[in-house]
Design a protein around this ligand. Structure first.
Ligand SMILES: Cc1cc2nc3c(=O)[nH]c(=O)nc-3n(C[C@H](O)[C@H](O)[C@H](O)COP(=O)(O)OP(=O)(O)OC[C@H]3O[C@@H](n4cnc5c(N)ncnc54)[C@H](O)[C@@H]3O)c2cc1C
Length: 528
């Protein structure tokens, strides 16, 4: 059975690796429109901030015979003949086709932003690919003033990264608050203050009327007439699933390519995964769902009964000097929902948890928040929260304020590093769904360094937000007097989420991305 993948991004590359792991002999062809090897897109803000090099972004290549065609785009699918045609003139046959075409940035229709040929004027750039990032970095050379359009997560991360390069940055957002899908007004006000303290000048209620400068960006003019100078304009106005090929092939599409729980489209020979997908009316635009979907599609193609049942959203901002995590629905203020908040604007702290039927349905954690790991776990697993909701906000990792998480205390970022013993089924790496038990198993199997544990389990290979936790946990395991002694044995003897989610399980699993450019990566309004 020959498999063809369209898209060598984070989902396509992961799918190929998962398929290889299940069936190393199966022929796989991957088309990637970008000219590079697959890379970790979510670390692009770190590249912009000068904190990583391009080589640090490259994803491991799938082992085995893989026919990888970089710089080649598929232009047409013929579902009847089961062939794809590419822009290098090739046409190949498939038994199973996997669409992993990702999403495209939204470019708002602002006067002066595009040239007659439709390209962006010089000095303006979207922020989606490595090539975009190179363009942005090249434009910072000799630049002084930057405008970032869009007050969602991506815009915030770009703005913060560029202030780190010593540039004067305005963040322009048409709405009255930042990250309106993940935050409420109070959180947005405190976040605005934090960003301003870091040098980002935030303009809310600021619709952009025009880009000025002719062929080259010189500034923007807002609807109220305010002019802001800019040598560089970064557009972070959301993305749309790339459904073009699917539409042309007659597949069912809505906002994305519609798939079932086996990641199958309306054509049973064609699967779709990642950002381009619409599953149960949801489009995610996040890494953790994309990787889980990749795993399910690989399992299905290899005849396993894997299922994807949806993901719960956890959003974490990756911007130096700002600690922000948001999960679920922070706006669920109905009569069945208990809302507990704590705000300390002077210290730039805001905490809010929303509880319904003793389950966490939403949370905002801004500033110093020791309980972020615990709350992520509770949300991720739909576990009951303590009756005294205040203890949720003020729990110290390992302090025992929130008992009963997996029966062994809560794990999360910081928990392992602080010496607390996480429950075996605590997910330490949200992007990859790696539990403490899986890490302990790898460690007992001989992986003794962080690099070895990472290579074995994939922990911390997504957003990297769990790196300290993994290091702390590996450190705790290594402090054991001998391999296989108490901590490792205790953890590996506990039931582990991951085993329930392995291929062959019909139950499927739910996982989040612990450090995500959340759903607002998809936002398509409120910018221009
Ligand atoms: C700057 C940035 C930061 C982000 N940060 C986070 C984060 O912190 N956490 C998080 O969870 N998510 C984050 N995301 C979102 C995350 O990157 C995506 O969810 C993830 O990349 C989805 O993977 P994908 O393979 O579906 O799409 P992509 O990674 O976009 O890959 C799609 C690939 O398909 C190729 N392609 C498209 N059409 C064709 C064709 N016809 N032929 C051949 N190739 C084609 C494209 O060129 C592209 O390379 C971020 C995104 C960006 C841009």
């Amino acid at each position: 059975m020959s498999v063809v993948v369209v898209g060598n991004g984070m989902a396509g590359a992961r799918f190929a690796a998962d398929l290889r792991a299940l069936d190393p002999q199966r022929p796989v062809v991957i088309f990637g429109a970008e000219p590079t090897r697959a890379y970790n897109r979510i670390l692009l803000p770190e590249l912009l901030a000068g904190r990583v090099e391009e080589d640090d972004l490259l994803l491991p290549e799938a082992s085995g015979a893989l026919d990888l065609r970089t710089g080649v785009a598929v232009t047409e699918i013929d579902p009847v003949r089961r062939t794809v045609r590419a822009d290098d003139g090739s046409r190949i046959r498939y038994d199973a086709l996997v669409l992993a075409t990702g999403s495209r940035p939204v470019v708002p229709p602002i006067v002066g932003l595009t040239r007659a040929d439709g390209d962006l004027v010089e000095g303006a750039a979207v922020f989606r690919t490595l090539a975009d990032s190179r363009r942005i970095l090249a434009a910072t050379d000799g630049a002084r003033d930057v405008v970032v359009l869009g007050g969602g997560l991506l815009g915030l991360e770009a703005a913060r990264g560029l202030t780190g390069l010593g540039l004067s940055v305005h963040l322009v957002h048409a709405r009255g608050q930042l990250m309106e899908r993940q935050l409420d007004g109070d959180a947005s006000r405190i976040l605005t203050r934090t960003l301003e303290g870091l040098g980002v000048r935030v303009r809310l209620h600021a619709a952009t009327a025009a880009v000025v400068g002719g062929d080259r960006v010189r500034g923007v003019v807002l609807a109220d007439g305010t002019a802001i100078p800019a040598d560089l304009l970064v557009i972070a106005c959301g993305v749309r699933p790339d459904v073009e090929l699917a539409v042309k092939a007659g597949l069912r599409t809505g906002r994305g390519v519609v798939v079932d729980d086996g990641m199958r489209t309306s054509d049973p020979s064609i699967y779709a995964i990642g950002d381009c997908v619409e599953h149960r009316d949801q489009v995610y635009g996040l890494l953790a769902p994309a990787w889980e979907q990749a795993r399910v599609a690989a399992g299905r193609i290899c005849g396993r009964p894997a299922r994807y049942t949806g993901s719960r959203l956890v959003t974490r901002l990756k911007a130096r000097g700002v600690d922000l995590a948001a999960m679920g629905d922070p706006h669920a203020h109905d009569e069945d929902t208990e809302v507990v908040t704590f705000a300390d604007p002077a210290r730039e702290i805001y905490q809010k948890v929303l509880i319904r039927e003793r389950r966490l349905v939403g949370a905002i954690l801004l500033g110093d928040n020791p309980s972020v790991g615990t709350l992520t776990q509770l949300f991720d697993r739909g576990a009951p929260v303590p009756t005294d909701a205040r203890s949720l906000l003020f729990a110290r990792p390992g302090g025992g304020a929130v008992g009963g998480v997996g029966g062994a205390g809560a794990a999360g970022p910081g928990a392992a590093g602080s010496g607390a013993v996480p429950a075996a089924n605590s997910t330490l790496c949200q992007c990859n769904g790696v539990t403490a038990g899986a890490i302990a198993r790898a460690w007992l199997g001989g992986a003794r360094t962080v690099a070895e544990v990472t290579a074995t389990t994939r922990a911390s290979t997504g957003c990297g937000g769990c790196r300290d936790t993994i290091e702390g946990f590996v450190g705790a395991l290594s402090a054991e007097p001998e391999p296989g002694s108490e901590l490792g044995s205790e953890l590996t003897s506990q039931p582990d989420f991951e085993s329930a989610a392995e291929f062959g399980s019909e139950s499927g699993s739910e996982s989040d991305c612990g450090s995500a450019a959340g759903p607002d990566v998809r936002e398509e309004e409120g910018v221009a």
